[in-house]
Ligand binder design. Structure first.
Ligand code: HEM
Length: 745
């Protein structure tokens, strides 16, 4: 039971007693309160409780590393191998990380727990983020990396204003809804635990002298000659470290971060990631989610419910008696069009729930809710892999990583050996590529695709109050499918690099580019060049090797900012790479993003294309899910949308979106074909036979909803020849057909 620690002459042994002593000492150092230990045995310990235990482990690691002069390799690879369950660590290891017994059920858990039956916490909420590469902490444990020559890296704010100052070019092909989808789906997959104060607000660092700051403070230095902040005499930007997390088994080793939500695409931004949130969001009637029926008498659809609990968390400049919105993810109010996307998915849930309830009057609230959630998640997965991921990665990467969806039959790629958990570099850098696409303004359009208004992006951050105006949601939706996004390039709009979360009365905010860079460093991620190597791309030997990979001016500026090519930060260089053919991102981000989307498909037991599980759709239902398109979801859930391009994420023409289909119910079968005659429960599947309890055993469980091909036909109206093309749009003018990809514009 001893670990022979590599490093010091190979002779060193660390015993359980050594670990116990280190843990006791660490607890004295960090002052671990008893109440928090108690909380760890609850099913749902809060991130701050997990963090306080994780800090003890981090401190114990530091004590052992110093006491035994452990090498980097011993800290990173040796210590985590020790089985800590027989040591004092056991008392501070959260119960939810200990082995649990899983039961097979039709529906996903809210936390993602037990998706993987052999490793139940894989990909689940509150599990530790994984890594593509070993951590690059300068002390091997938790201190952010330094330059290769041991000096300080340039401050992230300098990198932001030198490399990423805004010159705002539009992308000729991407609609803003692609950007909104990116953020929305990110909020389904990743959420690092921020350090918050007692009122759950971001902690402030800059206003306190160094010795009085919260231990997680790591504020960003603003250079004296900053071209923007110098006018406000700002020298310091608030930044706090992500709370540390624990790995399964509560092992020792370098600092890890936790993902608060499950990494699978499972709609948790709609439904919440824990029971308390899910219950708060449900009507407990007819399977519906709560909504605000403010303008029903005007014939308008409901909006999101109001956020009356902790009303100021994630919400800014709230007028008296006006509230932000409540949804499954607390970042719902981060920017206005994100709240619009949440609204669409709340409506889509309620639309399907209503249809299922009408078809199956004998289903109870729980059955309708869960079946609807099941379908909605499938829709999200399908649209993401059919419309979003191919646009970001391009056809070549889709093929290389086997990411293409099947057009028929079940997918046999499920692999329980794949850990679908989020990788830190994906969360801190690669999937933040979207920050480069953000436009300066959000545009509103009317249903005839005429522009109505442009509103500065920074005015819409954490202030979604406009959505209370009747009918306005449609105009933002029309804006999302008409407005071009910004181009994927090193430039990032000053709306988020100078004005992020600007407070009322102040003329400056924070800098998102600087936050991204600081975040990746504090999570222990190595520099860009190492990820090139990881991805099988040639590692740059010097700055000039980067020529041809990114613009010459970018390379030149890097050579002036950084001392060594290995020092360059991943997010900064990732958004600067030339994009792959037919793709949005360059080769390094494409590789990291492709790997992530491979993992969360192949590692998701509930993946909608999977067959043979209680959760599987019948072949006929699966074919219906495959007909789902984003344009359909938008049209169904807008108040009144007459025309929209088929490929909603792509601008159909450089001058604006062409109107490819006229969306009238009689022209376009928008339903999931949930018509009574098609979606009946089989007569043998009565509620009493339809055991929804998690103990459901496969043999008791009629997997098919008895939807036979003959019952589940595509509606005869959904034939290409029935798509009513807008009379003004002639086939010969179409630059975009569903099969024609943007390359051909
Ligand atoms: C106006 C739009 C947006 C705003 C205001 C915004 C703002 C932010 C902020 C403040 C953070 C946390 C920064 C930190 O302290 O580390 C963040 C994180 C992140 N953002 Fe954005 N973002 C926007 C759009 C997007 C888009 C379009 C994408 C992707 C396509 C994206 C992907 C991410 C990811 C992956 C994270 C990490 C989230 C986590 O796991 O905690 N964001 N964003």
């Amino acid at each position: 039971l001893k670990l022979r620690a590599p490093g010091v002459g190979g002779e060193l042994c660390i015993t359980y007693d050594d670990i116990n002593n280190a843990i006791h000492e660490a607890r004295r150092h960090v002052g671990h309160p008893h109440r928090e230990i108690h909380e760890l045995s609850s099913d749902l310990p809060k991130p701050k409780h997990i963090a306080s235990a994780a800090l003890v482990l981090e401190e114990a690691t530091r004590i052992l590393a110093q006491r035994y002069s452990l090498s980097y390799d011993a800290i990173v690879n040796g210590l985590p191998q020790i089985d800590t369950s027989k040591t004092a660590v056991k008392a501070i290891c959260p119960t939810f990380l200990k082995p649990v017994k899983c039961e097979i059920s039709r529906y996903r858990t809210l936390t993602g727990m037990c998706n993987n039956l052999e490793n139940p916490s894989w990909g689940s909420a509150r599990s530790a983020m994984l890594r593509y590469l070993p951590p690059a902490y300068s002390d091997g444990i938790s201190v952010p990396r330094r330059a290769v020559d041991g000096s300080e890296l340039p401050t992230p704010r300098a990198i932001s204003f030198v490399m990423h100052h805004d010159v705002s070019q539009h992308d000729q092909q991407l609609c803003n809804i692609l950007v909104a989808w990116g953020q929305m789906i990110d909020h389904d997959m990743t959420f690092a635990s921020p350090t918050l104060d007692e009122k759950r607000m971001d902690i402030e660092c800059c206003k306190y002298p160094h010795q009085l700051r919260h231990p997680n403070c790591m504020p960003i230095d603003i250079p004296q000659d900053d071209p923007f902040y110098k006018f406000f005499n700002k020298k310091c930007m608030d930044f706090a470290r992500t709370l540390p997390g624990m790995r399964p088994g509560c092992t020792l080793g370098p600092r890890f971060q936790t993902n608060q939500i499950s990494s699978y695409i499972d709609g948790n931004f709609i439904y919440g990631s824990q029971l308390e949130d899910a219950n708060r969001l449900r009507q407990f009637r007819g399977g519906f989610l709560k909504s605000a029926p403010l303008y029903r008498e005007l014939g308008l659809k409901d909006i999101l419910p109001m956020k009356t609990v902790d009303p100021d968390v994630g919400c800014s400049a709230r007028p008296r008696n006006v509230y932000c919105f409540d949804a499954g993810d607390e970042r719902v109010n981060e920017q206005l069009v994100l709240s619009v996307m949440h609204t669409i998915w709340m409506r889509e849930h309620n639309r399907i729930a209503e249809a299922l309830g009408q078809i199956n009057p004998h289903w109870d609230d729980e059955t309708i809710y869960q079946e609807t959630r099941h379908i909605v998640i499938a829709e999200l997965q399908h649209i993401t892999y059919k419309e979003f991921v191919p646009t970001i990665l391009g056809t070549e990467m889709m093929r290389k990583y086997g990411l293409e969806l099947l057009s028929h039959g079940y997918y046999d790629g499920y692999d329980p050996k794949i850990n679908a958990g989020v990788r830190s570099a994906f969360q801190t850098s690669a999937f933040r590529f979207g920050h480069s696409l953000l436009p300066d303004v959000t545009e509103r359009y009317n249903k005839f695709h005429d522009k109505l208004e442009s509103i500065r992006l920074s005015l819409q951050l954490r202030k979604p109050y406009d959505l209370y105006k009747p009918g306005i949601i449609d105009s933002f939706l029309m804006g999302l499918v008409n407005q071009q996004s910004n181009r994927m390039d090193p430039e990032v709009t000053t709306e988020v690099t100078n004005h992020l979360f600007e407070k009322p009365g102040e003329r400056f905010g924070m800098d998102l580019a600087a936050l991204n860079i600081q975040r990746s460093r504090e999570h222990g991620n190595p520099g860009y060049n190492y990820y090139r190597e990881y991805c099988g791309l040639p590692k740059a030997r010097d700055f000039y090797d980067l020529i041809g990979i990114m613009p010459n001016t970018t390379v030149q500026k890097y050579s002036q900012l950084y001392k060594h090519v290995d020092d360059i930060d991943l997010w900064s260089a990732g958004i600067s790479e030339y994009h792959l053919p037919n793709a949005v991102v360059g080769p390094t981000f494409a590789c990291l993003i492709a790997e992530h989307f491979t993992n969360i498909r192949r590692g998701d037991r509930f993946w909608y294309e999977n067959g043979g599980w209680p959760s599987s759709f019948s072949p006929e239902q699966l074919q219906e899910i495959r007909n789902v398109q984003l344009c359909r979801v938008l049209c169904e859930n807008a108040d009144e949308m007459d025309t929209i391009q088929l490929d909603a994420m792509l601008v159909a023409h450089p001058q604006g979106c062409l109107l490819l289909i006229t969306v009238k119910p009689e022209n376009y079968n928008l339903s999931l074909n949930v018509k009574p005659e098609n979606y009946n429960l089989s007569p043998t599947v009565k509620p009493e036979n339809y055991n929804l309890n998690p103990t459901v055993k496969p043999e008791n469980y009629n997997l098919s909803l008895n939807v036979k091909p003959e019952n589940f036909n595509l509606s005869p109206t959904v034939k290409p020849e029935n798509y009513n093309l807008s009379p003004t749009v002639k086939p010969e003018n179409y630059s975009l057909s569903p099969t024609v990809k943007k390359k051909k514009f």
